[in-house]
Design a protein around this ligand. Sequence first.
Ligand code: GAP
Length: 511
Amino acid sequence: MSNYEDIFKKVVSHSKEYGYVFQSSEIYDGLAAAYDYGPNGVELKNNIKNYWWKSMVNMHENIVGLDSSIFMHPTTWKASGHIDAFNDPLVDNKDSKKRYRADVLIEDHIAKIEAKIEKDVLKAAKRFGEAFNKEEFLATNGRILDRQKQIDAINEKMNTSLSSNNLEKVKELIEELDIKCPVSGTNNWTDVRQFNLMFKTQMGATADGSSDLYLRPETAQGIFVNFLNVQKTARMKIPFGIAQIGKAFRNEIVARQFIFRMREFEQMEMQFFVRPGEEMKWYAYWKDFRMKWHNSLGMGEDNYRFHDHENLAHYANAATDIEFKFPFGFKELEGIHSRTDFDLKAHQEHSAKKLQYFDPELGESYVPYVVETSIGLDRMFLSVLSNSFREEELENGESRVVLKIPAVLAPIKAAILPLTKKDGMPEKAREIMKILQLDFNCQYEEKDSIGKRYRRQDAIGTPFCITVDHQTLEDNTVTLRDRDTMIQERVSVEKLHSIIAGKVNITKYLA
Ligand code: GAP
């Protein structure tokens, strides 16, 4: 097992042990690609949602929110193109009978070449020491350039075949690269075929009177069909945006890597309506804005990169992914798409209702163009969790596992710990809880030794531990321990609120 796989396994089991994520229906041996969020998981999720909503909605005068239903009129999906084109190419290995996404098999092959490049860079960095210039090395080293050429050629072939729906060519590429099934180890593949990702269900009690419905595969369509409702009632002027957080469902061919690819997941999406012809300006604006949002969390700028799409979705004229360095490599975290007027025009046609905006400055009506930002909440959750997980050797020879979650997102902001269960310490600790708990999610804990309690809070990712001891009863001071530095200082109870606020409040990150 590689070091990365090893770390990822540890993150998965840690997240279960500390109440972040559980397998869905675990007592029945689980349901593939469905997960439940435990007590700490739901807090982290809510904090991520809040961080996104504050930045996108509350801090933009021209963006408002929406909460549309999961069930939508079935014609929505005909209009949006999802019935006809929301497909993934699948391929089966005849020996193992395992099913794969053909494009993912190829992307995994590319990831292996990328990993080799990274290895070469590490080796060279070691060899050249301080004098090492990574950019120059990447641009000039013969072996790296060859590898990069290979990657570009594979991407080119894959994208041309996929965008022209030439599935035979996709199969040829898999064979040419000699990609083998990880289970059987053979390259005995079936033909590649398309598979629609939408879940179908029925509405209505009788078979005759029922109609086929789909569980929405993206929240965006709820925004499009409400475009005029929102524009009129909120009196929005173009350019303006509508934001929404909600569940989406996709019958993924291969759902794996924990909560990275699920069949039921949550999206945080914003559709920004602009004048036709101004979409590229706004596309550039939102690319920049969203990257800054990610970087504001301080999880390491090197962990993010853009990946521009060459194989565009049926609705887009430009698209990029913000990729994050997950333990299993750089993968898509968020998509930014210039969706043209595709969706509004299609809904206009299929509904026979005008979806136009009268622009008072231009004195004309038009169907707006749309730039979308779309991030998976569960993927964002995984990026935070995997990036925060550390195993540290301490000076005293002990070790600890700590989640260095950005304090603003941490599920519990402070743990309040009476040193012992007697002498009035629990009462004093609960008094402090009362002062803090309305503004910060706090946890009271009196079981086990103080050292064990610190370790537990480190493992949960709690930025502060507040210990109430004998001295507290005398001079109203407590020991405040910082999760990251483990430094303990004596502070007065009156100062706790502002010290904690200074580290965990959203203003420190987004202002
Ligand atoms: N409305 C545009 C749209 O849905 P997408 O790139 O298909 O675009 C947007 O999805 C984001 O949703 C992705 O960047 C990813 O974070 C998340 N996402 C997509 N499929 C997912 C899945 N099966 N499991 C978890 N997250 C997923």
